[in-house]
Design a protein around this ligand. Structure first.
Ligand code: G3H
Ligand code: 13P
Ligand code: ZN
Length: 331
C-alpha cells in the first residue's frame, strides 16, 4: 500500500528552498543508509536547529530496504521531537534514473526526488525529467533535475571543455520540464578524489590545493534564473584530518582532494540552496572505526566502534551546518 510522505511527518523542498535562497544559506543533503548515520544526522541537525534533507541513492535504498527506510524516516521525525526540537525533514531520492524508480520511491514515502538525465542527450533529458515532474507534482513531491555532467577522476572527458552546465540551456530546461530545482556542474565531482593531481597545486606540506569552482558559470545561471534553487552535488571537502587518521590506521587513498569549505560557503550564499555531502561522512566514519579496531584489537562489540563513528559524524555535520552551509538556526 502506498504511503504519502505527509503521513510520515516529512516535508517537500519547496518552502525550504525558497527560504534558503532568500536567506543566503544552503540546506544540507546528507546521504545515509544505516542507523548510526541517521542518528548522527538527526542529532546534529536538531542540536544546530537546521532543516535537513535525508538523501538516499538507489543503491542505498536497496542496501537498507525500502520498508525499513520509510519507517526510519518516520522514526527520524519522531526522534527529532523527542530530542526537543522539531526540524523540517525531507526524504530525497538521489540520482534517480527512471520514472519507475521515482514512482516506487514516492509510494514509499519520499517527499522529493532527483531525476538525473544529465548523461542523456538534451531532448531526452527533458523528456524523462518532464515525465517525472508530472507524476511527482501530482503527489506534491518536488523534483530536482540536472544539466551538465559532473567531472570524475574516472572521466576521460576534461570538464573544462565539455561537461560544465551551459547557462544558455537553463531557462529552456527549467521551463519545459517544470523542475523545482536544478543541479549544475561547475567543477565539483563525486568521491574523495575530485581532481587529478596535475590539476592541483601542492602546499609546502604536500596537501593538494584544487582549482577554484567556476563561480562565473554559477553567476551566469543565477542571472538567467533569478531566485531559482540551484543544487551542488559532489561537495565533500575531504578533510585532511580524516585522511591522515585513515592512513595512520592502515587505510589508503590515492591523492584525495575535496572542495574547500570557503568555496562552499561562498556558493551557499548564492542561489545554491542544497549541498550534497556523502564522501565526508564515509571518511569520518571509516577513520573512526579504523582507529578503534586498531587500538583495541580485542573489541568485537559493533557498538564500541559504530558508537564512536556516529559521534564523529555528528561532529562533522554540526560543523558543516554552522560553519559551511549556514543552515544552523534556520529550522
Ligand atoms: O552521488 C552519489 C552518492 O554519493 C551515493 O553513492 O550510489 O554509492 O550510494 P552510492
Ligand atoms: P560527495 O561524493 O562529494 O560527497 O558528493 C555526494 C553527492 O553528490 C551525492 O549526490
Ligand atoms: Zn550526486
Amino acid at each position: 500500500m502506498a504511503t504519502s510522505y505527509k503521513e510520515l511527518g516529512l516535508v517537500n523542498t519547496k518552502e525550504l528552498f525558497a527560504k534558503a535562497v532568500k536567506g543566503g544559506y544552503a540546506i544540507p543533503a546528507y546521504n545515509f543508509n544505516n542507523l548510526e548515520q541517521l542518528q548522527a544526522i538527526i542529532q546534529a541537525c536538531v542540536e544546530t536547529k537546521s532543516p535537513v534533507i535525508l538523501q538516499v541513492s538507489s543503491g542505498a535504498r536497496k542496501y537498507a530496504n525500502a520498508t525499513l527506510l520509510k519507517n526510519l524516516a518516520k522514526g527520524a521525525v519522531e526522534y527529532a521531537k523527542e530530542l526537543g526540537y522539531s526540524i523540517p525533514i525531507v526524504l530525497h531520492l538521489d540520482h534517480g534514473d527512471s520514472l519507475e524508480l521515482v514512482k516506487s520511491c514516492i509510494e514509499g514515502g519520499f517527499s522529493s526526488v532527483m531525476i538525473d538525465g544529465s548523461h542523456l542527450p538534451y531532448e531526452e533529458n527533458i523528456k524523462l525529467t518532464k515525465s517525472v515532474v508530472e507524476y511527482a507534482h501530482a503527489h506534491d513531491v518536488t523534483v530536482e533535475g540536472e544539466l551538465g555532467v559532473l567531472a570524475g577522476i574516472e572521466d576521460e572527458v576534461v570538464a573544462e571543455h565539455s561537461s560544465y552546465t551551459k547557462p544558455e540551456e537553463v531557462i529552456d530546461f527549467v521551463k519545459r520540464t517544470g523542475v523545482d530545482s536544478l543541479a549544475i556542474s561547475i567543477g565539483t565531482s563525486h568521491g574523495a578524489v575530485k581532481f587529478k593531481a596535475e590539476q592541483c597545486t601542492r602546499s609546502a606540506d604536500g596537501i593538494l590545493i584544487p582549482p577554484t569552482l567556476r563561480f562565473d558559470i554559477l553567476e551566469e545561471i543565477e542571472k538567467k534564473l533569478p531566485g531559482f534553487p540551484i543544487v551542488l552535488h559532489g561537495s565533500s571537502s575531504v578533510p585532511i584530518e580524516y585522511v591522515r587518521q585513515l592512513e595512520k590506521f592502515g587505510g589508503k587513498l590515492k591523492d584525495p582532494v575535496g572542495i574547500p569549505e570557503e568555496q562552499l560557503r561562498r556558493a551557499a550564499k548564492s542561489a545554491v540552496c542544497k549541498i550534497n555531502i556523502d564522501s565526508d561522512g564515509r571518511l569520518a566514519m571509516t577513520a573512526a572505526i579504523r582507529k578503534v579496531l586498531t587500538e583495541s584489537p580485542a573489541e568485537f562489540d559493533p557498538r564500541k566502534y559504530l558508537g564512536p563513528a556516529r559521534d564523529e559524524l555528528k561532529k562533522l555535520y554540526s560543523h558543516k551546518n554552522k560553519e559551511v552551509l549556514g543552515s544552523a538556526g534556520r529550522a
